[in-house]
Write a new protein. Structure first.
Length: 276
């Protein structure tokens, strides 16, 4: 295949597939905990870390990781203080992140570097960033598999999980860190503005066909990998932005699944009515 003859495209496929595996693992917990906008808040906060990294002369990815971890811990802390309005914590952190990113971006000398993080640049990923993606992907996937049962419990009901003997505080802390590092590294590939879509859309597609939690996780990963591969192929041959292309393919697939499901439901109702 001509597309795989280029080293930068091989790295793009490797990084994209690795992230497509781990992002839905985090995404399904986020969706079940009714924190779908958390990815949006963290991705916008990552821009503040990127800007800080560029201003201080350090790797922007490391700045994004630190900023996302701080933001994720902040969301969790505010959520515990006001449990009845937990979604407010996301809005507070996102507002702070956007404001800080706006202020710091004014001190960035090379605006092109900062702008590349808005919509991602998976084909321009460096050797250091590639190593970072591999390490973080392995760590997140291993942790998800080791804490599979515990994460499932806290995603459904934290109170019941606590009664079942699950260390909810510790698991929540670990999940918060996993979410932060996943979002920060994914923001580099698909872009900070649309990373939350990559976290939610494959899970939404998986929920349409999966009949259990385990099936939904597997289908979500499968959908994410397919979206990523298709998006990279189309972006290469049609000269499009990879991040936006991947997300648009996912949204289109979700719309098709919803329409097919609706048609099948109507046929089932009609068949039952005809029998009666």
């Amino acid at each position: 295949m001509a597309i795989l003859e280029y080293d930068f495209m091989r790295r793009a496929f490797l990084a994209g597939i690795l992230l497509a595996v781990i992002v839905p693992c985090i995404g399904i917990i986020v969706v079940l905990k009714r924190l779908s906008m958390m990815g949006d808040a963290l991705s916008h906060t990552s821009l503040a870390g990127v800007a800080a990294g560029l201003v201080m002369g350090i790797n922007p990815i490391l700045g994004a990781v630190v900023a996302c971890i701080a933001a994720a811990l902040g969301i969790e802390a505010i959520r515990k203080r006001i449990p009845k309005f937990s979604e407010m914590s996301i809005a507070i952190i996102m507002s702070a992140g956007i404001g800080l990113a706006g202020v710091l971006s004014g001190f960035v000398k090379n605006a092109a570097n900062f702008n590349s993080f808005l919509f991602g640049s998976i084909v321009a990923i460096s050797d250091f960033e590639m190593v970072l993606v591999v390490c973080i992907s392995c760590a997140v996937l291993l942790t998800f598999l080791l804490l599979y049962k515990e994460l499932f419990y806290i995603a459904l009901d934290e109170r019941s999980a606590r009664l079942a003997g699950i260390p909810v505080k510790s698991i929540n802390f670990i999940f918060t860190i996993l979410t932060a590092v996943t979002v920060s590294i994914a923001a580099r590939t698909v872009g900070a503005l649309i990373v939350s879509s990559l976290m939610v859309v494959p899970v939404a597609c998986g929920m349409q066909v999966g009949k259990s939690y385990q099936q939904t996780v597997l289908y979500s990963i499968l959908f994410a990998v397919c979206f990523t591969i298709a998006g990279l192929f189309l972006s290469y041959y049609l000269r499009l932005k990879p991040g936006g292309t991947i997300v648009l393919i996912g949204v289109l697939c979700l719309v098709v699944l919803l329409l097919v499901k609706r048609v099948l439901a109507r046929r089932t109702v009609s068949a039952v009515a005809d029998r009666n």
